[in-house]
Unconditional design. Structure first.
Length: 481
């Protein structure tokens, strides 16, 4: 269907072709246990430190002599922004010892501590070994962060912390009802990342519909440049552009149905159209050869080296790929190209949401200290420090005044402005981590994009996985309210 247009089909546009074929009714991969054996909330002993004295400078009543145990995911954002914030904590509580541990092995290092009832006080639960948020919440392993949100903000005591956050951040941390279990610190713009310099060399503009995308990929191929690459070993990066593409075609209700694990959600015509469009990138040879064997760093390096025009990613990529990015690269992000003019949402529809999820375990010894560290990080100064050092926004609603923004960061700000109300927020990746990464990511999208599964087979397999999850009583289920 990819190159189909009205003039090539006797007046049938892409949407008409989709409607006529909408009656269309995989490979299973080993799954990693994300806290599958996690201890219940009754395990361990209640060994919390005594609460300190509440004051204007210490609104959460942190015990000034209690140690703080902080584990950070050492990924695309690095560790410096966090160590800077730790120094602020030490200044506020000079008698407190702070143990700061950066790691990429979040799940394998911390699951034993959760099982033993001795988790850290604050965790940046991110990366390839991210612990399953749905499991953590369902097994009551996390502390409610409402006290942090209702505390005075670090900069203005007249404002609560919750009143300083970007829209949607608080809601993202909720699963059922009012409690907020997660504080997403970064504010991530997901989409299609590219080099403006590379497009200029091809005398091209970013394509707004799929015919234009295919035409540009064909033009690049003649110059021995691939249209796309992606993290083939971690194909759950593909949804960063694919999910908003589906939402643009069929509306946000299609993504809500997928998140809600509704019957036949993966068989919606918008999903079929999006899958067939992406499969055409493979079929026409527009994906960089060898991509299925590349990890996220290798695919990003191939992209910054100019071997491919586009890569689906999040706004951490600028910092993560900094060492290989040429000075004249002009990195930018854009919303996914649309399918055609009959898409339900306009061009510019994008996925942007809180990223880098921080949690305070329910069994933490010093939960007040963990929340206070987050309160410090959500100050304007810490937010600016993060943005200036890692070239990404935070969930603090501001923090860019006076900063000179890179082309990548400015393009993200511009993309959010262009999107307006058309900002999508799929929840699959934080409600059902194993389903999203291992089954839908590796077992469906990875197989389809490598040409080992047709779009029709991919839709059926995705629905099969979703149905299995919906029927699994051991999984806590969530729905859009």
């Amino acid at each position: 269907m990819g190159s189909t247009s009205a003039q090539h089909n006797g007046g049938l546009g892409r949407r008409d072709v989709i409607k006529r074929s909408a009656a269309i009714g995989l490979i299973t991969v080993p799954t990693m246990s994300f806290l599958a054996s996690c201890a219940s909330s009754d395990s361990g002993t209640d060994n919390k430190v005594e609460k300190g004295t509440t004051s204007e400078k210490n609104p959460l009543g942190v015990n000034e002599t209690a140690s703080l145990d902080f584990v950070l995911f050492d990924g695309g954002f690095g560790t410096e922004y966090a160590t800077d914030a730790v120094e602020q904590y030490k200044k506020a509580f000079p008698k407190a010892e702070v143990k700061f541990t950066p790691t990429q092995k979040i799940q394998s290092q911390l699951q034993p501590r959760f099982n033993g009832g001795t988790p850290p006080d604050l965790i940046d639960n991110s990366g390839a070994e991210q612990m399953d948020m749905g499991v953590l919440v369902g097994k009551k392993q996390l502390a409610d962060l409402t006290p942090l949100l209702d505390a005075p903000s670090y900069d203005d005591p007249a404002k609560k912390v919750r009143d300083t956050l970007r829209p949607g951040v608080v809601e993202m941390g909720q699963f059922d009802g009012d409690p907020v279990w997660i504080m997403y610190y970064a504010y991530t713009v997901y989409g299609v990342w590219y080099s403006q310099t590379a497009l200029d060399r091809l005398d091209a503009e970013y394509p707004e519909d799929w015919d234009a995308m295919l035409a540009l990929c064909a033009k690049a191929k003649k110059k021995d440049i691939a249209g796309w690459t992606y993290a083939g070993k971690y194909p759950y990066y593909i949804p960063f552009s694919l999910y908003p593409f589906i939402g643009k075609i069929g509306g946000r209700e299609v993504l809500d149905a997928i998140d809600n694990l509704e019957p036949n959600a993966w068989k919606h015509p918008a999903v079929k159209a999006a899958f067939e469009a992406y499969y055409e990138l493979f079929r026409k040879g527009y994906i960089l050869q060898g991509t299925p064997g590349l990890d996220h760093i290798q695919s990003q390096t191939a992209w910054t080296e100019g071997k491919a025009l586009f890569i689906p990613n999040g706004s951490w990529v600028e910092n993560e790929a900094a060492k290989t990015t040429p000075k004249d690269f002009q990195m930018k992000v854009a919303a996914p190209s649309g399918l055609d003019s009959s898409d339900k949402l306009p061009f510019g529809t994008i996925w942007a949401s809180g990223g880098e999820p921080f949690v305070v375990p329910a069994k933490a010894k010093n939960p007040d200290g963990g929340m206070e560290q987050l309160r410090i990080m959500l100050s304007e100064a810490s937010s600016k420090n993060f943005t200036s050092k890692v070239k990404s926004l935070t969930s603090f609603n501001g923090g860019t005044d006076g900063l000179t923004l890179s082309t990548a960061l400015q393009s993200g700000v511009d993309a959010l402005a262009k999107a307006g109300d058309n900002v999508l927020n799929p929840r699959m990746q934080d409600w059902y981590v194993a389903l999203q990464k291992e089954k839908l990511g590796v077992g469906v999208l990875g197989e389809m994009m490598a040409g080992r599964m047709t779009p029709a087979e991919a839709m059926n397999k995705a629905q099969e996985f979703a149905d299995e999850a919906a029927k699994d009583d051991s999984i806590k289920h969530y729905k859009h309210q």
